[in-house]
Design a protein around this ligand. Structure first.
Ligand code: URA
Length: 194
């Protein structure tokens, strides 16, 4: 798929500067999925580099202890919706093969969906994010942790921010569990036995 010259939906002709495909470690165990690029992302060609991205970086560091280079970050739509409007259902559908391929190739153990668009798409539900968040869901060979979009925490402060922190801790615990299971699966048989 040639994402960089994609014209599968109208966003291609609605003033995008460039396609924002994703960034990070393609072998990451942890992947974040947001909504779509904003003005700064459209300018730099990288996801989450504006105000929401600064908060994402901070929560990643403070609650999970990682930097963006250690995970992978992508969005459900790869081109900026004009004026930062919500992506339309037909734009999300047209872009869907890209996020599906990214998920298949990276095969993360833990996916954190940021906000309702990515949570709805990947969990195939229309439940409000306030009902979805707060737990983990089986997803592929791993789990999915839905949380709020950082923009909601920037707007709402205290409670949404605390909820995001709790969800990031949930993601960290899921990551640790999957890494422990993996190390057990690869441990030499019989060690420590009588
Ligand atoms: N919001 C998103 O959902 N994605 C970005 O890349 C930036 C802001």
């Amino acid at each position: 798929m040639k994402a960089r010259s994609c014209t599968n939906c109208s966003l291609a002709g609605l003033g995008r500067t460039q396609v924002v495909f994703g960034m990070g470690n393609p072998r990451a165990d942890l992947m974040f999925v947001g909504e779509g690029p904003g003005a700064e992302e459209d300018k730099q060609g990288l996801p989450f580099v504006g105000r929401s991205g600064k908060l994402l970086d901070r929560l990643m560091q403070e609650e999970i202890g990682i930097t963006r280079a250690e995970c992978y970050i992508a969005n459900v739509v790869k081109c900026r919706p004009p004026g930062n409007r919500d992506p339309l259902p037909e734009e999300i559908s047209a872009c869907r093969p890209y996020i599906e391929q990214q998920l298949e190739i990276i095969a993360p153990k833990v996916v954190v969906t940021l906000g309702r668009f990515s949570s709805h798409l990947l969990l195939s539900t229309k439940e409000p994010i306030s009902k979805l968040r707060g737990r983990t869901y089986p997803f592929g060979a791993g789990v999915l942790v839905p949380t709020l979009h950082p923009a909601a925490a920037l707007r709402g402060g205290g409670e949404p921010l605390a909820q995001m922190r709790a969800d990031f801790i949930r993601a960290k615990q899921a990551l640790e569990r999957s890494q422990l299971e993996e190390s057990r699966a690869h441990a030499p048989a019989g060690r420590g036995g009588a």
